[in-house]
Write a protein that binds this ligand. Sequence first.
Ligand code: NAD
Ligand code: GLY
Length: 344
Amino acid sequence: MKIDIDLKEKSYSVFIDELAKISLPGKVAIITNPKVSGLWLSYLLERLECEQKFIITIPDGEEYKNLSSVEQILEQLFSSKLDRKSTLIALGGGVISDITGFCASIYERGINFINIPTTLLAQVDASVGGKTGVNNRFGKNLIGSFYQPRAVYCESKFLSTLPAREFGAGVAEAVKMAVTFDKELFEYFCEHDLKSDSEVAHIIAKCVEIKAGVVARDERENGVRAVLNYGHTFAHVIENLTNYSVYLHGEAVAIGMVMANDLAVRLGKLSANEAEKIRAVLAKFGLPLSYKIQSVDKFYEMFYLDKKSASGKIKFIMPKGIGDFFVSDDIDENLVKSTLRAFQ
Ligand code: NAD
Ligand code: GLY
């Protein structure tokens, strides 16, 4: 299956379960980590035809998504004499695709890159849409660029080796898109366990279609793309308060969606019954649903660290029923604090 991302001269396709052969001109550098390379590098190498192949491995983990890894990658690209006809391939999860895309965007002012995402989260979200970047001590993804890949290859078989928790984290990001954009997809999550490759391929395709539509309308997040951050306003505070060491990002997003739903119910945009349905789907995939807030005032203050907060206003993204959304940066502080108190 092939889904096109329509971005005029930057358009490209996302191929789902179609990685038979990739032929590329010039040199190719594959950026990966030791875990993914041990599992899936040979699979890729058997299918890749090009002039010369280089493998660049960075250590596994979000803590290596930084400028020091970028330096190391660039160093190896220059030593291997890659030029503007060369291509980078990201083989790994969202950490690898974000860092590879960023390196591609700055190496000799920009060379081609291809994403081959190996986690569900990266297949449904991170590998598509061209947000690239790394973290620094001031926060996550604060250094980066919008730079689109030339193609994306999602293989559902890669997920056969993915730990269950990582799979659940990907489901959370997929449910996020269903709740805000696609009621039918949400029902699919209610009715299926995602135990078969065909079920998983179905949800990857649906999420990529949603993301393709959003990115085509708003590549640089001036409007509708912000909706992909449903649950994230709360999740970022939870991740920050727990030092990024308790929850996977998708798990924090699951809790964040439950909190955002509570607020939406208070505002009359979501029924208690709909909120419960969303909760039940997240629970079915083993996601955490609650976080004990110690200080409501501190939690509230930390919303202001969010990249989406501007001019002293906090932007909340919430479902409007299931399959639609509403965004507001004008919600009464007391109402938000009532939601936070419900999680004390
Ligand atoms: P990750 O890249 O850290 O991968 C999670 C773990 O799974 C790692 O240990 C990895 O080595 C391992 N792994 C990867 N593929 C595997 C496989 N097939 N089998 C077994 N293990 C495998 O994390 P992630 O959840 O994929 O991505 C999170 C990152 O993505 C964050 O840095 C986040 O900021 C970024 N992100 C970016 C976007 C975007 O639009 N650019 C969107 C969402 C998230
Ligand atoms: N993951 C959010 C976005 O791509 O905009």
